[in-house]
Write a protein that binds this ligand. Structure first.
Ligand code: SF4
Length: 348
């Protein structure tokens, strides 16, 4: 299949009918996934702290260190959450915090090492690029040294969170203190060269235009050409409730399902070197999440036993394993439980 250009995909997002865009994305998906299988992972989000200095304007989760409901989970509290995950057959923790202003690399190493030793069968998928970048800075280490130390302690892979839109004009508006696009790409590049796989994400629906979305697609497609280190792409929409960005731009509304499905289909067509595209039922709801399987997605993400970040901004969808299986079967696909590396663990 001939690689599609930036100009052409912008044209398709803007002007092709939703039906035709979906059909095209679905046929690309079927070339890569002819087995009709839709996967998901049983995992739990653990937000080890909500203390964060970064002040992203789209975030309703972060707290200042002296706020009443600011927290850092103790190792015991984290263990209890992992015990609960194991009880329902889970295999992965998605481990992310706010960016704590003072915690140093030694603290993170001891935390990861504690979990890895106590729960060797649980995959630690954790710490987004902004956390890695800041841990390195505050600990006076390079990104490479930080990643290597966390890998040695038991970190398996890194989520793509914090990419938002990889365009610095947009980042300066929505998250001015966050690392810039080049730095985000660099953390992932360094991880890939250390054989730490990652995922790539995008949060759309704030103040960006279609060309900014495509610039983002292009940056991650280029890095994937170089390293093949991304396991999946995940797209979700800005959730405006309770956020400073909504107060600054009161006209902002939740993105429409049409826009979500258009961008999802475009991602499947443009990101021709990504095998896995996730449906974001957590922000879109189970119905649109299911529809996404006809627009290029081959994976339903995770059961999200606990989700705090987008829930703070108004997205409170939930699904357990049985509901996931039902949604996938109802879409005419075969459900399967996978691990973090997208290996199938069990057909359902
Ligand atoms: S999105 Fe993450 S980095 Fe940004 S303010 Fe919220 S917790 Fe901090």
């Amino acid at each position: 299949m001939k690689r599609i250009s930036k100009e052409k995909i912008i044209e398709e997002i803007e002007n092709t009918s939703l039906k035709d865009l979906g059909k095209r994305a679905y046929s690309v998906k079927k070339e890569l996934h002819s087995d009709n299988i839709t996967t998901f992972v049983i995992d739990r989000n653990i937000n080890y702290t909500n203390i964060c200095w970064v002040d992203c304007k789209f975030c309703a989760f972060k707290r200042r260190i002296n706020e009443e409901d600011a927290y850092i989970l103790s190792f015991d509290e984290i263990d209890k959450k992992i015990d609960e995950l194991i009880e329902i057959g889970g295999t992965q923790i998605l481990f992310q915090g706010g960016v704590h202003p003072t915690l140093q690399l030694e603290w993170y190493e001891s935390l990861v090492s504690h979990i890895h030793k106590k729960y060797p069968d649980i995959t630690i998928h954790g710490f987004s690029a902004i956390e890695i970048d800041y841990i390195a800075k505050i600990s006076k280490c390079s990104i490479k040294e930080t990643l290597q130390a966390l890998k040695n302690a038991g970190l398996s892979s890194i989520p793509g969170a914090g990419a938002e839109i990889l365009n610095d004009r947009i980042r300066d508006i929505i998250a001015p203190k966050k690392l810039d696009s080049k730095e985000w790409i660099n953390v992932h590049r360094e991880a890939h060269y250390l054989d730490i796989k990652t995922t790539a994400t995008m949060m759309f629906g704030s103040v960006e235009e279609t060309k900014d979305v495509v610039e983002h697609f292009n940056l991650i497609r280029d890095l994937q050409d170089e390293t093949n280190g991304f396991r999946a792409f995940i797209l979700w929409s800005f959730q405006p409730d309770n956020t400073p960005l909504k107060r600054e731009f009161p006209h902002l509304q939740k993105a429409s399902s049409n826009r979500y499905l258009r961008l999802l289909a475009a991602s499947r067509i443009y990101l021709d070197n990504f095998k896995n595209i996730q449906s974001s039922w957590v922000t879109q709801g189970s119905y649109v999440g299911q529809l996404a399987l006809s627009f290029g997605a081959n994976d339903l993400g995770s059961t999200m036993m606990e989700e705090n970040v987008v829930a703070s901004a108004g997205a409170r969808n939930s699904m357990n394993t049985n509901e996931m299986i039902k949604v996938i079967r109802d879409a005419g696909e075969i459900p399967a439980i996978r691990d973090t590396a997208y290996n199938i663990l069990k057909m359902c």
